[in-house]
Design a protein around this ligand. Structure first.
Ligand SMILES: [Zn+2]
Length: 274
């Protein structure tokens, strides 16, 4: 380990950071990092399944039979991505604990760095999938899938690009910046964040052009924003217990939660018809 990194490790330990730093870049890992996901896995999964079941039951009487398979598929995709969020999020953010456990059980031969990167790739894919499927839910609610096919195509292509960049470039064998000794963020990470940002902007654009009766559903978008600001500004700074990343996660969870509630409410409100 490089001298400079050793000093960082010693400095963080003295400041009260008890968990392993991220192997990728030596960033701090506050005690609560990832604990929201670990703690709410089963409650969240139950809630998502209830949402999916309730709206599908409701759709049997309110949605024309020919549109029913699409309705169920779109919400099913969204539900799967919301459930993946907590499971993959737990594996990535708590990779220090999961790697130690798996090593003991003999279920992984990966190094801590490779284990962390494996789940980071999956985490990025999940975020992209959540965006694309939530987008699809609202495109359907707004009633203009046909007119905005290009936006849906862009959103889903980004999902594919995130997978390609993650698999091929977020790899310490290909990009030597992805190592513990180097605190510089590799270009692949910036590319992935750019792709996820583009996907979000497409979603915002869609909301701005939605039917007037659906304007209230823009709240689904605004709820994410404070989280992105905290993430980009890295505010509040990491403390031994929590930091900006926890704030970011809380708003993501709130945004997804409100999307499910608003989607269910729209079953009876039918915003596009107003
Ligand atoms: Zn995170």
């Amino acid at each position: 380990m490089r001298e400079e990194v050793k000093q960082r490790v010693a400095h963080f330990a003295a400041a009260g950071f008890k968990r392993d730093l991220y192997y990728r870049d030596g960033d701090t890992r506050p005690a609560l990092r990832g604990q929201i996901f670990a703690a709410m896995k089963w409650q969240w999964t139950t809630f998502v399944l209830l949402y999916w079941t309730a709206i599908c039951m409701n759709a049997r009487t309110t949605v024309p039979a020919k549109d029913l398979p699409t309705f169920v598929l779109i919400r099913g995709m969204a539900a799967v991505s919301y459930i993946l969020l907590v499971f993959i999020g737990d594996l990535y953010h708590n990779s220090d604990a999961h790697h130690a456990r798996e090593k003991e059980e003999g279920t992984t031969t990966l190094s801590p760095l490779h284990y962390e990167l494996k789940w980071l790739r999956c985490d990025f894919f999940t975020i992209s999938l959540i965006q694309a499927s939530t987008f699809q839910v609202w495109v359907a609610n707004y009633g203009f899938i046909e007119g905005h096919w290009w936006a849906a195509a862009l959103s889903w292509s980004i999902c594919v690009f995130v997978v390609i960049v993650s698999v091929f470039y977020l790899d310490p064998n290909r990009d030597p910046a992805t190592v513990y000794e180097n605190t510089k963020s590799p270009a692949a990470l910036d590319a992935i964040k750019g792709l996820l940002g583009t996907q979000f902007v497409t979603y915002v654009y869609l909301i701005s052009t939605g039917p007037a009766g659906c304007a209230w559903s823009a709240a689904v978008y605004y709820i994410f924003v404070p989280g992105f600001v905290a993430y980009a500004a890295r505010f509040p700074e990491d403390r031994p217990l929590f930091g900006s990343h926890e704030v970011f996660h809380i708003f993501i969870v709130l945004g997804i939660f409100s999307s499910m509630v608003c989607d269910a409410a729209n079953m009876s409100y039918q915003c596009a018809a107003r």
